[in-house]
Design a protein around this ligand. Structure first.
Ligand code: G6P
Ligand code: ZN
Length: 542
């Protein structure tokens, strides 16, 4: 029976860079999740009888939320809900299912790399029929709706058994519980040379992949161990846990430090890798060599033709604005266009749909291609494995050769987390106001060449996105970028991205902090970080 329940709006249900993210208890407030879900459905048209893909990263409250979303989706007129067994679907797998089964869209329950648990974070995002995050006009419509909502619809029925695969009729529609891994694994087999990668493992190549007790465990165990023959123990923390085992499922050098330390030992694994809570990010560390996400994008783009799925070459490469310009050099050499978009995977969607770009990447540990419409952690690792299997060289050798060929873009990101929003906003405003006077200014040996507030004109739909970050370019090719994070759940996070190009192979092996020394000092001086935020040091450097 469909029930209509009266409700009143909650404040602050505006989706950020990647859906709505709040502390778990906020989502557990009666009506909070329901209001947002109804606002999604109220903002969509034409889904009567259509299919909705539904899953999450297994974090605390995932199962409860799945039951709510599926009952509401059926009550609102969806015909069929395709749910990952156990409520599990990685973000890229959900994207693939939406595309493969021509679903109307999908709902993914995740707060990505943010910690989960009763006091952690929870999140929900809506993806459209192309499999990608809903565009801004949809998320804004959802937000507008949350401010006026007065009722929601839900099916009154017993909970569905999420652990048994198969179909069942429910109210006016149907629910189908599917293996969350099978379709995704099949797609990977189409893109990559599994025989060749299996041969690599057979020859003794050692992989350590940490699923961080989040969603990628079942995917990684099946693909790396069962299908590719990597020995048992190659995949760590493979069981998704509601609190991610108390860990922070962010595959960076802070939260996956153990992998870095392992890779830096003389007899460490050939490849240490990890993914985040919902499986869309990646971390790549070769023995003795950490690969920055920006370099990884460039190197994968330069070598993608070695994998069957990309043997025909690339149509174009896209990167977010703060991502280093290493990929630009590859695009130049390949003679394909390079697109610079604002931060947020959703900006790649149109380029991929229109066939303008094949590979995309972001400094925030996201890489992916036109095979889905999300970034894809395991895909990036598999493409690396395919390249390694074909080239027969170590990661370190491949990276060093790449720099010798293209030049090295030294790169670091300084994050000032949970600063007061007022101070952070004032800092950006002051920078913006100072922009007209910055060009031509000297700081020691450095001279500012150009400075602007990044704006993006989407070449496909003609939309404009302004105020996407302050860019300061120096004459010698250096760059500092300032922007505020769109994904935090407390206060504001100031991100400062620092980059310098080094063409000389003899100077490419310096420490990043040394190579960027001047610019790092300057980044504080130009923006007055200490003055506006009260911070004299960043919380994290990546
Ligand atoms: C999410 C998005 C990415 C984005 C990242 C960083 O992971 O999917 O596209 O790059 O957040 O966003 P932030 O606004 O925190 O820098
Ligand atoms: Zn993620």
């Amino acid at each position: 029976m469909i029930e209509t329940i009266a409700t009143t709006p909650f404040e602050g249900q505006r989706p950020g860079t990647s859906g709505l993210r709040k502390k778990t208890p906020v989502f557990q407030t009666p009506g909070y999740l329901e209001n947002f879900v109804q606002s999604i459905f109220d903002s969509l048209e034409g889904f009567e009888g259509a299919t909705l893909v539904l899953g999450g990263d297994g974090r605390f409250f995932n199962r409860e939320a799945i039951q709510v979303v599926l009952k509401m989706a059926l009550a609102n007129g969806f015909g069929k809900i395709l749910v990952g067994r156990g409520g599990i679907l990685s973000t890229p797998a959900a994207s693939h299912l939406i595309r493969k089964f021509s679903a109307f869209g999908g709902v993914v329950l995740s707060a990505s790399h943010n910690p989960g648990g009763p006091h952690g974070d929870f999140g929900i995002k809506y993806n459209s029929a192309n499999g990608g995050p809903a565009p801004e006009k949809v998320t804004e419509a959802i937000f507008e709706r949350t401010k006026a909502i007065s009722r929601y619809r839900i099916l009154q029925t017993a909970d569905v058994d999420l652990d048994r695969t198969g179909s069942l009729r429910l109210g006016p529609g149907a629910v189908e519980i599917i293996d969350p891994v099978a379709d995704y694994a099949q797609l990977m087999q189409q893109l990559f040379d599994f025989d060749r990668i299996a041969g690599l493992f057979k020859s003794g190549f050692r992989l350590r992949f940490d699923a961080m007790s989040a969603v990628t465990g079942p995917y990684a165990a099946r693909i790396f161990q069962d299908l590719l023959g990597a020995p048992a123990g190659s995949v760590l923390n493979a069981k998704p846990l509601p609190d991610f085992g108390g860990h922070h499922p962010d595959p960076n050098l802070v939260h996956a430090r153990h992998l870095y330390d392992l890779a830096m030992t003389a007899d460490g694994p050939d490849l240490c890798a990890a993914s985040d809570g919902d499986g869309d990010r990646n971390l790549i560390i070769g023995r003795g060599r950490f690969v920055t996400p920006s370099d990884s994008l460039a190197i994968l783009a330069a070598n993608a033709h070695l994998a069957p799925g990309y043997a025909g070459g690339l149509k174009g490469i896209a990167r977010s604005m703060p991502t280093s310009r290493a990929a630009d050099k590859v695009a130049e050499k390949l003679g394909v266009p390079l697109f610079e978009t604002p931060t947020g995977w959703k900006f790649f969607g149109n380029l991929l749909d229109a066939g303008l770009a094949t590979i995309c990447g972001e400094e925030s540990a996201g890489t992916g291609s036109d095979h889905v419409r999300e970034k894809d952690g395991l895909w990036a690792i598999l493409l690396w494995l395919n390249v390694l299997a074909v080239r027969g060289e170590s990661i370190d050798a491949i990276v060093t050769k790449h720099w010798a060929d293209y030049g090295r873009n030294f790169y670091a990101r300084y994050d000032y987390e949970e600063v007061e929003a007022d101070g952070a906003n004032a800092l950006i405003k002051a920078l913006r106001d100072a922009l007209p006077g910055l060009k031509g200014k000297h700081y020691g040996a450095l001279r500012i060449d150009a400075a602007d507030d990044f704006a993006y004109h989407d070449p496909v739909d003609g939309s404009d996105s302004t105020h996407q970050g302050i860019r300061i370019h120096f004459e010698d090719g250096g760059r500092i970028v300032y922007r505020l994070s769109g994904t935090g759940t407390a206060g504001a996070t100031l991100r400062v991205y620092i980059e310098r190009f080094e063409p000389d192979p003899a100077r490419q092996d310096q420490e990043t902090a040394t190579a960027l020394g001047d610019l790092i000092g300057l980044s504080n001086e130009i923006a007055g970080i200490a003055k506006f935020t009260g911070r004299t040091a960043p919380s994290v450097i990546t």
